[in-house]
Design a protein around this ligand. Structure first.
Ligand SMILES: *[C@@H]1O[C@H](CO)[C@@H](O)[C@H](O)[C@H]1NC(C)=O
Ligand SMILES: *[C@@H]1O[C@H](CO)[C@@H](O)[C@H](O)[C@H]1NC(C)=O
Ligand SMILES: *[C@@H]1O[C@H](CO)[C@@H](O)[C@H](O)[C@H]1NC(C)=O
Ligand SMILES: *[C@@H]1O[C@H](CO)[C@@H](O)[C@H](O)[C@H]1NC(C)=O
Ligand SMILES: *[C@@H]1O[C@H](CO)[C@@H](O)[C@H](O)[C@H]1NC(C)=O
Ligand SMILES: *[C@@H]1O[C@H](CO)[C@@H](O)[C@H](O)[C@H]1NC(C)=O
Ligand SMILES: *[C@@H]1O[C@H](CO)[C@@H](O)[C@H](O)[C@H]1NC(C)=O
Length: 609
């Protein structure tokens, strides 16, 4: 430029410093940022009546007082300048240079990052004020709008803004949708502010949004039903199973505590649960026979201020351990339900009914094996269904041989190890009248003197009966047959003692025979008989007559005792009393005769000779 620079600096004076002279005002404008040397205007451009260069300091010939920029101006630093030009003559000229705005400032947020929090489930449209961006430029060049550049997942947020009197465009963040911490717990929004320049200038800020937890989720079990099996002998404290629930909430809202709902289940407290781990353990001794399936209602509850809870079902099956002996029930099938059987019982006849119950397996007690011991083969077991067993007679029994059998029923279950049970009982064999009385001899011999008075004892016959009770009660009687002297003898029905009933007469019948009968009390009665030969001894009315008058017998000296040396067969009419008297040598022959005459065969006479 051909223009000399005008130094205005010295002319810059404070407003009103111009003294009393009147002044006129020149308003000039220049854009800020204009290059150095840009002409701002002329002080005297002819609008006044000034002529000639009026300026005091820089009278530039021919110049009308040109004002140029000397440095780059910044409206935001200083938006106007005022100076007074004092001409040599005339009025002072007040020059006011207004710096015009240019879009040389971008909107700026006070901080690059802002942190805010929203509780989840905050309703739509709730707003939170954000720091606004400020732009030192004016009007259109000031902040005009805000945008969310990134991070707005699912359009969760929107912005709203309004300008207030101070010219700032204030900014609010508004909830646009549904906030769920469990879906998105944090947002990081990048927000930009734009001014109205062309192109607009921008500033940006990051807003980190933390979504705060609300206890809006209940705990959830990983299974709706749990199953477990535990043996009945599991000791108290044994772990059975673990339940597990999760709660997606945060902190205490998400901490799960477990419990058993005792109102609905396990009132007896057979199980317990660890509140924090969910481990279910045996709390009291279990018993399969009492309860096989335990259904627990397990509760998971969070620790929120308003806790939420869920339930799950736990089925615990108690398995049997072979801890119960089979029990044996015996019913005796006799008329009075006592253990007895008649000796006349036939093969197959029932003695007792056995049922076996094994509490360890309600449905499977038929698997218990049952055996019978004792009885010496006379008894056996019969069953059709392996449930009911019958003790039966398997071989004829005879009370007279054995009257009391000891039987044992043994039940063994199929457990491991097997348990046994046994029941022992004595079976009494009851009598039937199957034995007749038996006389001790089949033939009795007795002697009686002819002179005996009625009522004299002759002989006692004895019969026994192997049966018992009335079946062995014997009554004696006589049958006077085959002779004509029914009136001579009688027998005591109880004792069997035969006595004379009247006077007897040897000459009529020297050896009368009577038949003694023993009858038992059975029904029907059994009887047997024995012959009693009674020899009547004549006292004096007949001489004793040997069939020989002399007997000559020779014996070797060492003859064995008991050997027959002489037979005196024709002694029918001999009075033995006299005979023996004749031979008696003064010792025991009489006693022998009286007590045991019948046993004294004639062959033994040599003893007395
Ligand atoms: C804001 O969030 C972003 C993205 O998650 C992260 O990188 C940044 O460190 C956060 N700023 C602050 C101050 O927490
Ligand atoms: C339970 O019973 C079984 C079978 O009898 C045995 O093997 C096991 O040791 C028992 N357990 C306990 C804890 O007694
Ligand atoms: C549930 O959790 C329990 C305990 O942690 C575990 O034993 C079981 O396997 C889980 N069930 C499922 C279906 O994941
Ligand atoms: C019981 O016996 C039946 C038939 O013999 C058999 O099928 C079943 O397995 C047995 N049960 C046991 C527990 O042994
Ligand atoms: C059978 O014998 C046993 C002992 O061997 C005894 O205890 C029981 O009383 C007897 N029973 C009868 C009816 O005699
Ligand atoms: C009775 O006598 C007859 C014949 O005289 C004989 O057959 C019968 O056996 C005798 N009875 C007795 C019991 O001796
Ligand atoms: C008895 O018999 C024997 C031989 O037979 C004879 O030697 C003896 O003389 C007889 N005695 C008398 C007394 O007759």
């Amino acid at each position: 430029m051909g223009w000399r620079e005008v130094t205005l600096v010295a002319l810059l004076v404070a407003c009103g410093a111009g003294g009393a002279r009147s002044e006129q005002v020149r308003n000039l404008e220049v854009s800020e940022g204009a290059p150095v040397g840009t002409r701002v205007g002329f002080i005297g451009d002819g609008s006044t009546g000034i002529t000639g260069p009026p300026y005091l300091i820089v009278p530039v010939p021919g110049s009308a007082g040109e004002i140029k920029t000397k440095v780059k101006l910044d409206r935001e630093t200083r938006s106007s300048y005022s100076l007074v030009a004092i001409p040599r003559s005339g009025e002072n000229i007040r020059v006011v240079v207004r710096v015009l705005d240019e879009n040389d400032n971008a909107p700026t947020f006070p901080s690059a990052v802002m942190e805010i929090e929203f509780p989840e489930n905050t309703p739509r449209d709730v707003k939170r004020t954000l720091n606004p961006a400020r732009d030192q430029d004016l009007d259109i060049f000031n902040t005009q709008r805000y945008n969310i550049v990134s991070g707005n997942l699912n359009n969760a947020f929107r912005l709203s803004s309004h300008r207030e009197r101070d010219g700032v465009l204030y900014l609010d963040l508004q909830i646009n949708g549904f906030l769920d911490r469990e879906t998105t717990s944090e947002y990081s929004l990048v927000i930009e502010a734009l001014d109205g320049g062309n192109p607009p200038l921008r500033g940006s800020m990051t807003v980190n949004i933390t979504i705060q937890d609300v206890n809006d989720n209940q705990p959830i079990f990983n299974q709706s039903r749990y199953f477990a099996v535990v043996p009945e002998n599991a000791t108290v404290g044994t772990s059975v199973l673990q339940v597990f629930a999760t709660d997606t909430d945060y902190g205490e809202n998400g901490q799960v505590e477990y419990s058993i709902n005792r109102r609905q289940s396990d009132r007896d407290g057979m199980f317990r649960i660890d509140p924090s781990s969910g481990l279910i353990a045996v709390n009291r001794p279990l018993d399969f026979e009492t309860k096989e399936i335990h259904e627990l209602v397990v509760v998971a509850k969070d620790r929120g201020v308003q806790p939420l809870e869920t339930t799950a079902f736990v089925s615990i099956r108690v398995t049997d351990v072979n801890d119960n002996q089979p029990t044996i029930n015996v019913i005796f099938l006799s008329d009075d339900a006592t253990p007895k059987i008649s000796e006349k019982a036939q093969k197959g006849e029932f003695v007792a009914r056995i049922s076996v119950n094994d509490p360890d397996s309600k449905t499977e007690y038929s698997n218990v094996s049952v055996t019978l011991e004792g009885g010496e083969g006379h008894f056996g077991l019969a069953t059709q269904d392996n449930i009911i067993y019958l003790v039966i007679v398997s071989m004829p029994i005879d009370r007279e041989l054995k009257a009391n059998y000891t039987l044992s029923v043994i039940a063994t279950d199929t457990g491991t190890p097997p348990l046994h049970a046994s029941r022992t009982f004595h079976v009494r064999v009851t009598d039937v009248n199957d034995n007749p009385p038996e006389f001790s001899e089949s033939e009795y011999h007795a002697n009686v003197l002819e002179v005996a008075d009625p009522g004299t004892s002759v002989i006692r016959v004895i019969a026994t009966d192997r049966d018992e009770g009335v079946n062995s009660e014997i009554t004696y009687s006589l049958i006077e047959e085959n002779h004509s002297h029914p009136a001579w003898f009688e027998i005591d029905p109880k004792s069997g003692l035969i006595t004379t009933k009247s006077h007897i007469d040897c000459e009529t019948d020297p050896v009368p025979r009577v038949i003694a009968v023993a009858t038992d009390g059975g029904n029907p009665p059994l009887s047997s008989s024995a012959t009693v030969l009674i020899t009547i001894h004549d006292v004096n009315d007949n001489e004793p007559i040997f069939d020989q008058s002399f007997y000559n017998v020779s014996l070797p000296e060492n003859e064995a005792k008991g050997r027959c040396i002489l037979k005196v067969s024709a002694v029918f009419n001999i009075d033995f009393y006299m005979l023996y008297s004749a031979f008696q040598l003064g010792n025991n022959a009489i006693i022998f005769f009286q007590n045991d005459f019948k046993k004294m065969p004639s062959t033994e006479m040599h003893e007395f000779l």
